[in-house]
Design a protein around this ligand. Structure first.
Ligand SMILES: Nc1ncnc2c1ncn2[C@@H]1O[C@H](COP(=O)(O)OP(=O)(O)OP(=O)(O)O)[C@@H](O)[C@H]1O
Ligand SMILES: [Mg+2]
Length: 260
C-alpha cells in the first residue's frame, strides 16, 4: 500500500499474517500492509471471517501476528494507547453504570473528583446521566453499548478501536448512535479504527475505507471518502454517497473469494 508521506502516521501494520494453529490451521490474515494516519477515522469493511477482528485485536495488543509487525507511535504518557469497543456490549454485570465507565480511567493519574467529573460528562453525552447508579441488567442493549462506548471514550485513548459496535442494535438505535458518534468523534480529530459490515456506515463515518478480501484477509483497496465534515446524516441519500457505496460493493464482490 502506498503511504502518503505528507501525513503523520499513527500506526503501521507491516506484512502481517496470522494463522490460528489448531487441529486444522486457519489462515486468518495474509500479508496485510496498512497505515493508520494520525487523526483519521478509518473504517474497515470485508466479508465475514476475513480477519477484521483479528486485525483490531492486534492493534489493541491482545494478539500477536504470526508474521510481520504492528507498530504504534505513542504520543502521551497519561493516555492509554488504545481502547476497544467490542460488538457484544462488554460491560461488567456486577458493576454500576458509573463504575463500568470509570473503569476506562482505572490507570489514569487524575484525582478521584476529576475522574468522577469526566465519567459524568461522558454519561451525559451518551444520554445515560440518569442511569449512573443502575446495573447492566436494568438496561437495554443500546444503553449497554453506550456504556461501553463511554468507557472507551472517557479514557481518551490515542487510538479508539471499534469492532462492529452497532451491529447488534436495531436499525433506529444504530442510526442514533452513528449520529452521536459522528458528532462526538467525527469533528475532534481523534484517531479511530472502526470495523463494520455496513458499507453505508463505513462511508458515513469514515475519512478512508480499507476494503478486505475474503479469508485469509488482505487489504485490496483504500478508498478516500470525499465528503467534508461536519457531516449531516442526510448525506446518506445523496447521489455521490450511493455511487461510492456501489463502487465499494463492486470491489468487495470482486474479492469475495480471492482463493478461486
Ligand atoms: N481464537 C481463534 N482460534 C481459531 N480461529 C480463529 C480464532 N479467532 C478467529 N478465528 C478464525 O479466523 C478467521 C478470522 O476471524 P475474525 O474474527 O478475525 O474475522 P472477522 O472478519 O472479524 O469476522 P466477522 O465478520 O464474522 O466478525 C475466521 O475464520 C475465524 O473463525
Ligand atoms: Mg469480527
Amino acid at each position: 500500500m502506498v503511504e502518503n508521506a505528507a501525513r503523520p502516521v499513527k500506526a503501521v501494520i507491516r506484512n502481517v499474517s496470522k494463522v490460528y494453529r489448531g487441529r486444522t490451521d486457519v489462515p486468518a490474515l495474509d500479508t496485510v500492509d496498512a497505515v493508520v494516519y494520525e487523526g483519521e477515522f478509518l473504517t474497515i469493511v470485508g466479508p465475514s471471517g476475513c480477519g477484521k477482528s483479528t486485525l483490531l485485536r492486534m492493534l489493541d495488543g491482545l494478539q500477536r501476528p504470526s508474521e510481520g509487525a504492528v507498530e504504534i507511535t505513542k504520543a502521551s504518557s497519561d493516555r492509554p494507547l488504545t481502547s476497544m469497543v467490542f460488538q457484544d456490549y462488554s460491560v461488567y454485570p456486577w458493576m454500576s453504570v458509573f463504575d463500568n465507565v470509570a473503569l476506562g480511567l482505572a490507570r489514569s493519574t487524575l484525582s478521584k473528583a476529576e475522574k468522577a467529573e469526566r465519567v459524568r460528562e461522558w454519561l451525559d453525552r451518551m444520554d445515560l446521566g440518569k442511569f449512573e447508579s443502575a446495573y447492566p441488567m436494568e438496561l437495554s442493549g443500546g444503553m449497554l453499548q453506550r456504556v461501553a462506548i463511554a468507557r472507551a471514550l472517557v479514557a481518551e485513548p490515542e487510538i479508539l478501536l471499534m469492532d462492529e459496535p452497532f451491529a447488534a442494535l436495531d436499525a433506529q438505535l444504530r442510526r442514533r448512535l452513528q449520529e452521536e458518534l459522528l458528532e462526538i468523534v467525527g469533528n475532534t480529530g481523534r484517531t479511530v479504527v472502526f470495523v463494520t459490515h455496513s458499507l453505508e456506515e463505513a462511508i458515513l463515518l469514515g475519512d478512508r475505507i480499507l476494503v478486505m478480501s475474503a479469508r485469509p484477509g488482505r487489504i485490496v483497496d483504500s478508498v478516500d471518502v470525499p465528503f467534508p465534515r461536519p457531516r449531516d446524516p442526510e448525506l446518506r441519500t445523496s447521489p455521490g454517497f450511493r455511487d461510492l457505496e456501489e463502487r465499494l460493493w463492486t470491489i468487495l464482490k470482486d474479492h469475495a473469494d480471492h482463493r478461486v
